[in-house]
Design a binder for this molecule. Structure first.
Ligand code: C2E
Ligand code: MG
Ligand code: MG
Length: 753
């Protein structure tokens, strides 16, 4: 059970993970563009932030340079001596090693940390930058020294004397470092970045990028080239350029010739010398990064979701397992391995509700004489039969729509569909259980005693339905032949009758309402009375008569039968004693009394009987004790003991209702019966069945061999008498010769000499 549960959990887990995965893939599929857009925006913002940092870095450098050349110019002017100037330059160069600091004069000299050189070229180059301006002060520029390196240059110009002759302090700093800076890597990797001058000429472009833009280009021309297929976009480039010229810097978006968006961002780097940093990027540049982020985000989500789902499933599976264990404790039956009564109460209403189109019956049944199987074959085999009751039911009936449980001992409860196959299936079921019992070596025929309740559409309360089935089953009790009873309102009437009997019985016994009737037993060969059977009648105070068939089984169930049977024995002993006390006037015939099977359960039975006969000191052999055949089957050992004791007290023994039970013949050899009373049912068939006649003659033959007398009960017609005579039967009891009559009447009729 545990294994199957684990498998189930694993299966469910896999299904759940599959579903989650599917949802994730679906979600990604549906939302991937939104997600990408979101990440594109993020990347753009990131790039823009990096661009700010980059421009600020270059700007700071330029500012630092301005400070350096300005302060240097002050020092050099004050000490206008060549050697001192070199010293000062040396000092500055050591301090600012990333800068190339020089001092150039109009007389063609160039000073640096190394010394004084005669080199006019730098002086001329710088003079050309700013030829139109004559004022002293700082200016800066950026320039490109070769293919790969860009510089910013800070220059401080000052006049020597009154003449319009200028000297320059020049500091050059390579800004490649800025580009190479780690801070710059995002820009470098994801966009096309360049530094441009006032005319849009690229001074420096991101070295690592080999995009679809040619180097050494004017950035505006380059952009125009990218959008040349669309006049509108080209116009936008012009607008952008005009704005740039008029120093109105703004970001913008263009669409290139392929329709892909170009995001353009521009920042001023060094204001005084109009140096700008431009970055433009396309979504496709960042695709790889975005894809990476998207995939990672999705994977992350997936892992979280799968982990969560797994966690939930594990918790759920555990609780399911706990619930299943609890269920099995609460709803399983240990003996059969099936379900129990609680399960039935919980689930039967659901099954009925779910299959409302079906007609259901509830069967409350047990195995007839199961106690005997238990005692004769042992608990293990008996348990196997109980198991078979559930297993075979599940094979024959629908597992989903029908249900069978064991309540306790051999008590079962089943919910079955009452369709046209019901009777057939039921038979098949009984047979399957019989076969299973035979397999176990149990030869005793298994018979179910079933109380059936037909469920009505309006029924709601399962307990009431079960009760009704149980009432029907109880109603079968005491009746050996009927195996099935369906609940009906008449059962309730019957139950009320039982209630009435039970409430009145004690009073009736005390007030003498129970009367002894005697029915003559007849010798049909010599045609005279040979004895009588004492049969009880309940004569109510209003004169109405209640027959034993109405109350004997009730008394047997509630134990009152003991009082009745001893009452009858007492009355019969009293009669015999009375007749015996006056032998001149009375014939004393043997009288038989019926003794119920219930009596033998009382260990004091024999001593109680003894007490009664002792009370009257009669010839005990005049009393016959009638015990029904089936008792020997149920209580064989105990009964043997009782019979022997009765014989020891000198009673005669009658086996009553011979032929109505099962193993009558084998009993005959064990118990010293004096008389065999053939059941009236058995004999009633004699006229029609040749076989019965054969059996009858064999019984007579056998009885003669065993020196046992045979009396046929229930003889009503002359024809029956004739048949019996022909068969060699000598004694009968039946209406033909006399009905049961009040004791006084019998004495009057047959005993008075
Ligand atoms: P049983 O001991 O087999 O008694 C014979 C039954 O057959 C009696 O029914 C009797 O009236 C009936 N009977 C006799 N001849 C004929 C006939 O020709 N035709 C028909 N149709 N019936 C005939 P009764 O008196 O109603 O008793 C029924 C059963 O009740 C008895 O069957 C016996 O088992 C039980 N019983 C009666 N009195 C007592 C009693 O005092 N104690 C106990 N324990 N059981 C009793
Ligand atoms: Mg009898
Ligand atoms: Mg009988």
């Amino acid at each position: 059970m545990d294994n199957s549960l684990d498998k189930k959990v694993v299966r469910k887990l896999l299904i759940a993970a599959g579903v989650v995965l599917f949802i994730c893939v679906l979600f990604t599929f549906i939302h991937v563009n939104d997600v990408r857009k979101y990440y594109y925006n993020l990347v753009q913002e990131e790039l823009s932030a990096h661009l700010d940092v980059a421009s600020a870095t270059i700007n700071n450098k330029a500012e630092e340079m301005k400070d350096i050349v300005t302060s240097l110019s002050g020092e050099i002017t004050e000490n206008n001596n060549g050697k001192e100037a070199v010293e000062i330059l040396k000092k500055y160069s050591e301090e600012y090693q990333d800068m190339n600091i020089r001092y150039v004069t109009s007389d063609g000299k160039m000073y640096d940390a190394e010394g004084i050189h005669t080199d006019k070229s730098l002086y001329e180059e710088i003079s050309a930058y700013n030829a139109s301006s004559y004022s002293a002060g700082y200016f800066s520029n950026c320039y490109k020294l070769d293919e790969n390196s860009a510089y910013i240059r800070g220059v401080y110009r000052f006049r020597i004397g009154d003449e319009k002759v200028y000297n320059y302090i020049v500091a050059d700093s390579n800004i490649d470092d800025v580009f190479n800076d780690a801070e710059f890597s995002v820009l470098r990797d994801l966009s096309y970045v360049c530094i441009i001058n006032r005319d849009g000429e690229m001074v420096k472009e991101s070295g690592n990028l080999v995009r679809d833009y040619p180097s050494e280009h004017n950035v505006f021309e380059l952009l125009k080239d990218s959008v040349k297929d669309t006049a509108y976009q080209a116009k936008r480039v012009d607008t952008f350029r005009n704005k740039f010229v008029s120093e109105r810097l703004s970001d913008m978006t263009l669409s290139d010739n392929n329709g892909e968006k170009i995001y353009l961002s521009i920042k001023e780097v060094v204001k005084t010398n109009s140096m700008y940093i431009v970055a433009f990027y396309k979504d496709s540049y960042v695709d790889a990064r975005v894809n990476n982020i998207v995939v990672r985000s999705m994977l992350f989500c997936l892992v979280i979701i799968v982990a969560l789902t797994t966690y939930i499933i594990i918790i759920w599976a555990r609780s399911t397992k706990v619930r299943n264990v609890m269920d099995s404790l609460a709803y399983r039956d240990d003996v059969t391995g099936g379900y129990n009564y609680n399960y039935f109460r919980r689930n039967a209403p659901l099954i009925i509700q779910e299959n409302s189109e079906e007609h259901y019956v509830i069967c409350r049944y047990d195995i007839h004489n199961f106690r005997y199987i238990n005692e004769a074959y042992g608990h293990r085999k008996a348990d196997e039969i109980l198991k078979a009751c559930i297993a075979e039911f599940n094979k024959i009936f629908s597992k989903e729509r029908e249900l069978c449980v064991r309540i306790n001992s051999d008590q079962f409860l089943a919910l079955m569909i009452n369709d046209i196959e019901f009777a057939e299936k039921n038979q098949k079921y009984s047979k399957a259980v019989v076969d299973a019992a035979i397999d176990q070596g149990v030869k005793y025929p298994i018979r179910f005693k079933m109380g059936i309740y037909q469920v009505r559409k309006e029924d709601r309360d399962i307990d009431i339905m079960i009760d009704h089935a149980n009432v029907a089953r109880k109603n079968l009790k005491g009746d050996e032949k009927v195996l099935e009873k369906t609940y009906s309102d008449s059962i309730i009437v019957e139950m009320k009758k039982v209630d009435f009997i039970e409430s009145e019985m004690k009073k009736a016994l005390a007030s003498g309402e129970f009367k002894v009737f005697l029915q003559p037993k007849w010798d049909i060969v010599n045609n005279y009375v040979i004895g009588a059977e004492a049969l009880i009648r309940w004569v109510r105070s209003d004169g109405s008569m209640v027959y034993p068939s109405d109350f004997i089984s009730v008394f047997e169930r509630n134990g009152f039968i003991e009082n009745i049977d001893f009452y009858m024995l007492d009355k019969v002993c009293e009669l015999i004693s009375k007749l015996e006390s006056d032998p001149l006037h009375f014939n004393v015939y043997p009288v038989s009394v019926n003794q119920s099977r219930i009596l033998i359960n009382n260990p004091d039975y024999i001593s109680n009987v003894e007490k009664v006969v002792d009370k009257y000191s009669i010839d005990v052999s005049k009393i016959e004790v009638e015990i029904t055949e089936t008792v020997f089957f149920d209580e064989k050992v105990k009964m043997l003991e009782v019979c022997k004791n009765l014989k020891a007290l000198n009673f005669k023994l009658d086996m009553d209702d011979f032929g109505s039970g099962y193993s009558s013949l084998s009993i005959l050899k064990d118990i010293p019966f004096d008389i065999l009373k053939i059941d009236q049912e058995f004999f009633s068939e004699a006229q029609t069945s040749a076989k019965t006649k054969v059996i009858m003659s064999k019984i007579l033959e056998m009885a003669e061999g065993l020196s046992v007398d045979v009396i046929c009960e229930g003889v009503e017609t002359e024809e029956q008498v004739k048949t019996l005579k022909d068969l060699g039967c000598k004694f009968v009891q039946g209406y033909y010769y006399g009905k049961p009559m009040p004791m006084e009447e019998f004495v009057e009729k047959y005993c008075v000499k």
